[in-house]
Design a protein around this ligand. Structure first.
Ligand SMILES: [Zn+2]
Length: 269
C-alpha cells in the first residue's frame, strides 16, 4: 500500500492506511514511505475513508455545497420546512449539458421532463392532482420501457459506486453510494434510480458498480403508465455511518441524507 503512495499522478489517488498495522514497515525500511502511516489522523492533502486515508488532488476537488432551508405548503395545507442543497452557481442550469444513465428520451435530444425544484419558492414547486407530494427533489427522465440504465461516475467521485439497496422504494429502486471529493474531504452521496422495470443481475447490496455497468431497465413501477427514470441525489449528513443505516427508506430520511440538486454532481458531457 505504501508503494502506491509513490505513483500518484496528477489525477490519480491512492490509498494508504490511516492506522498503522503492527507489521507495517517504518520509514527506515522504506525511505519513500511517509511517516504519516504511523498516525491515526490523515495528513494534509488526504481525507479519511473508513480505514484508509485517500489522497486528494487539489485540482480535482469539488466546491462545498451548503444545505439551505426552504419551505412549501403541503397538500394538507401545512407548511413544511426542510433542508435541501441548491444548485451551485457555477454549475450550468441547462439539464442537457449533463450526462445521465439513459439516452435522451425527449425530442431534440432533451432529457428532463420534470426537474429539481425544492430550492424554488412554494408557488413554483411541482403540484399535480395525481401527486401526493409537493415539489420534486430529483430529475425525471422519460424513456421507453426496458431501456438499459447504466451507472455514471459523478463529478469528483473517488472509486466505484457501491450498491446500498435494491428493492422496492420508489417502485423498483436501486440506491448507490458515491464518495465525492468536496472541500478537501470525502463526502458520501447516494443516488436513487426509481421506477425501474427490473434490476440487473448482480446488482445486490454491497457490490461495487462501475461506470457504464448495467443497473437495470427503465419502467413504470409505482408510476403506472408514466414510464421514466426518477434520478435522485442526496448527500449523507455528517456523522452518519451508512453501514448502520437500515437499507431502504431510512436511506432517504431527512435525518440521514439531504436532498440535493443533481446538477451539482452529475458529470458534464
Ligand atoms: Zn421523479
Amino acid at each position: 500500500m505504501v508503494t502506491a503512495f509513490t505513483v500518484l499522478g496528477a489525477k490519480s489517488s491512492a490509498l494508504v492506511p490511516a492506522k498503522a498495522p503492527p507489521s507495517l514497515p517504518t520509514s527506515e525500511s522504506d525511505p519513500a514511505a511517509p511517516t504519516l502511516a504511523l498516525t491515526n489522523t490523515c495528513p494534509r492533502g488526504t481525507a479519511p475513508d473508513h480505514d484508509a486515508c485517500v489522497h486528494l488532488d487539489a485540482t480535482d476537488d469539488g466546491p462545498v455545497a451548503e444545505a439551505r432551508p426552504n419551505s412549501h405548503r403541503e397538500r394538507s395545507g401545512r407548511w413544511a420546512t426542510y433542508e435541501q442543497i441548491p444548485r451551485l452557481p457555477e454549475r450550468p442550469a441547462d439539464y442537457d449539458v449533463y450526462r445521465y444513465p439513459i439516452p435522451p428520451g425527449l425530442p431534440n435530444g432533451h432529457y428532463v421532463v420534470s426537474g429539481y425544484d425544492l430550492d424554488q419558492p412554494d408557488a413554483k414547486q411541482r403540484r399535480a392532482a395525481t401527486l401526493s407530494h409537493v415539489g420534486h427533489g430529483a430529475v425525471d427522465l422519460p424513456q421507453a420501457k426496458g431501456t438499459p440504465v447504466h451507472m455514471i461516475t459523478l463529478e469528483h467521485q473517488e472509486g466505484d459506486a457501491e450498491v446500498l439497496y435494491a428493492g422496492t422504494l420508489f417502485g423498483t429502486t436501486v440506491v448507490t453510494r458515491h464518495s465525492l471529493r468536496e472541500g478537501g474531504r470525502l463526502r458520501d452521496y447516494v443516488m436513487l434510480f426509481g421506477h425501474l422495470d427490473s434490476i440487473a443481475a448482480g446488482v445486490t447490496v454491497g457490490v461495487p458498480i462501475k461506470d457504464g455497468q448495467l443497473v437495470g431497465a427503465v419502467g413504470d413501477t409505482a408510476s403506472p403508465r408514466i414510464v421514466h427514470l426518477h434520478l435522485e441525489v442526496r448527500r449523507v449528513r455528517d456523522g452518519i455511518d451508512l453501514t448502520k443505516v437500515p437499507a431502504g427508506a431510512p436511506l432517504i430520511a431527512d435525518s440521514v441524507t439531504v436532498v440535493c440538486d443533481p446538477r451539482n454532481v452529475l458529470p458534464l458531457k
